[in-house]
Design a protein around this ligand. Structure first.
Ligand SMILES: [Ca+2]
Ligand SMILES: [Ca+2]
Length: 312
């Protein structure tokens, strides 16, 4: 199956957000990563913890070694502990070792920081959608989702920031062959008073019948505070191998692949970055030196190098 790379493909979607009142950019931004054990436990998690004094704004995850048979079940910024958790589960039985990585985007608390969620009812419908909405006057910094009681048979398909950054909608599908049990779906949003330069950016690859790696880049001088993604209609027959920010926090990446026996139809992947102006003060990813304009724009590096969509 041919792998198409569309990193740096940039499409500014309709959602440039106007900022009415003066506001401060988030200082002291950093990216923190953590990993689970490497084994064949059916479901496991990694927890990336923000540095003391900073709050979790968003984050993502990556699955190493799942070979199309491990899917995310949870990507969530935990406001109570300032961690980002990524969980994944085998879709049915999978005999080899795999690992899940979690990435937390952290920074000094912006004004009005608030964590919102929405939980669907629990039943055995083949798909579900959940929308978490920011309080009036606040805007979305990041998205998240969690499948409850999916038994490894429910695949997160989307976490989509709304165009105006007022809400985020998650969707999930039962895997090919369905799931008889009752399950439910959370959507999570991190919200704050409007940040300077807040802007939703996205990039799309497809539709076609290949696996996808797609990146969305923030404009120069902005950092990604959160991310999201969606796959069009393979309805439970495509899954994310990764959804994560670049090490420089200037880009977000979605890795999406067809399930173990493939999918004959065409489908596409869109990745989102929620960008805002970088802080002109002290701070920036990894605390690297300022380069231009008072903003710290560090050299690009991914959280961990990889040579294939499986991690490696
Ligand atoms: Ca069902
Ligand atoms: Ca299939």
């Amino acid at each position: 199956m041919k792998l198409r790379i569309a990193l740096a493909a940039l499409a500014v979607s309709a959602a440039a957000v106007l900022v009415a009142a003066p506001a401060s950019a988030v200082p002291n931004m950093s990216l923190v990563s953590a990993v689970s054990a490497v084994d064949s436990t059916a479901e496991k998690s990694a927890l990336a913890s923000c540095p003391t004094g900073t709050r979790v704004l968003g984050g993502g995850g990556f699955i190493s070694g799942g070979n199309r048979q491990v899917s995310f079940t949870r990507l969530q910024a935990l406001g109570s502990s300032d961690d980002f958790t990524a969980s994944a589960a085998e879709i049915g039985a999978y005999g080899s070792a795999w690992q899940v990585h979690a990435y937390a985007i952290c920074g000094t608390a912006p004004a009005g920081l608030e964590y919102v969620s929405y939980l669907t009812l629990s039943d055995s419908s083949a798909s579900k959608s959940a929308t978490a909405t920011c309080p009036a006057g606040k805007q979305l910094l990041s998205t998240g989702a969690r499948v409850l009681n999916g038994g490894g048979r429910v695949i997160i398909n989307s976490s989509i920031p709304a165009a105006g950054l007022a809400s985020t909608t998650s969707t999930a599908y039962e895997a090919q062959g369905g799931f008889a049990g009752n399950w439910s779906l959370y959507s999570y949003g991190v919200c704050a008073n409007p940040l300077p330069g807040l802007q939703l950016v996205s990039a799309l690859v497809g539709p076609d019948s290949t696996d996808d790696v797609v990146g969305a880049s923030c404009p120069v001088g902005k950092f990604t505070h959160g991310l999201g993604a969606t796959m069009s209609t393979p309805a439970g027959q495509a899954l994310y191998g990764g959804l994560y920010p670049s090490g420089a926090l200037d880009q977000t990446v979605a890795v999406a692949m067809e399930d173990a026996d493939g999918y004959a139809g065409n489908w596409s992947t869109r990745v989102y970055a929620i960008c805002a102006s970088c802080s002109g003060g002290d701070g920036g990813p990894h605390g690297r030196p300022a380069v231009t304009g008072g903003c710290r724009q560090p050299a690009a590096d991914l959280p961990h190098p990889r040579t294939s969509i499986y991690g490696g």
